[in-house]
Write a protein that binds this ligand. Sequence first.
Ligand code: GTP
Ligand code: MG
Length: 378
Amino acid sequence: MPSSVKHETWVVLLTPPGRGAIATLRVEGPDAMGAVEATVRMGGHHALRGMPFDRIVLGQIGEDRHSGEPIVLRRRADGSVQLHCHGGLAAVRRIETALLRQGCRPLGWRDWAQRRHDDPIQAAARSALADAPTQRTAAILLDQYHGALRHALDEIQAALHSGDAETAGRAIDALLARARLGQHLVRAWRVVLTGRPNVGKSTLLNAILGYRRAIVHHAPGTTRDVLTADTAIDGWPVELSDTAGLWRSEHPIDRAGVERAEAQAAEADLVVLVFDLAQPWSEPDRELLERWPSALVVHNKCDLAAEATGRPEGLMTSALTGQGIEALLDAIADRLVPRPPPPGAAVPFTSEQIEGLRLAAAALADGDRTEAMPRPEM
Ligand SMILES: Nc1nc2c(ncn2[C@@H]2O[C@H](COP(=O)(O)OP(=O)(O)OP(=O)(O)O)[C@@H](O)[C@H]2O)c(=O)[nH]1
Ligand SMILES: [Mg+2]
């Protein structure tokens, strides 16, 4: 921390941005108490300084009882002051503005948290935890917050120090094998449903989500634009997209829909290629399969009489009756995260950590043990 930063007095909003029941602000730095005393009128008390730590004090900002903003404050043992106020945006802004007028400077909670942790992994995990969309991803980030990744990096370092490049290399590879998962603890996996028109993509999307997000119609060409919805599959955050059916059309709007569908699939983490089991397997079907060879293949409409001849292997579903949907969800989860980490496992989760590990792996491959040392700022 540069020394000038130490001499500032900061005001940090600790509760999430937006409206809440109560907001908590923290004032810290050399003039924390002076700034609060100059800002808040404390009934009966005039100074925070002599007050016992953590005693609750009532105060208000503003001159009179009608327009004043009530505040509850506490002097903390670490020299900071915590202010609790009404959680509306206006109350917070009013208090912040008053404190800034006293010379305090604003600080985002992520920067504040970063400064409180000596270990950058812990700071990054704390920040990522606030954005974790599911319990499962939060549990993995919490493991990293509690030191799982730091411990793994320390072990790699120890192995390198003792000249055991093989153990270090294996440990680095094991971490890198979880990098893809690590990058999707906060950011959703992109899963795209694609296939020819009328095969049941939109019905399948609705069946997976459990509500009617997409319009379904018996005529082909119903979906024209990309439609996305956030969901979780087996605890992994997923952005699921329904797309226009792929076919050759002369109509510019249809063509635009197909282009968008293809672009969406090209950027996906997983393409789910849907076919209509009630239609004979055809040349356009084969072409699609060739185009997306690593797609998860789904034969939909299994409630109808099947046209099984020449069909590749795939999951059988009925988006209409729900048959096979659970198995499809399992298959999607398995494709996204084939080997979920056991509880407490180390998972690199920031691009800096992953890049650092890649550099270390490359250095080891070149026989350079010094360069392979995990850098402390990872
Ligand atoms: N019997 C049966 N009908 C289905 C099934 N899935 C979808 N359908 C029907 O197939 C028709 C087309 O379904 P959609 O979900 O709109 O198909 P789509 O692939 O999204 O079609 P486009 O948007 O035109 O590309 C509708 O009449 C659905 O009710 C299924 O599993 N079984
Ligand atoms: Mg559709």
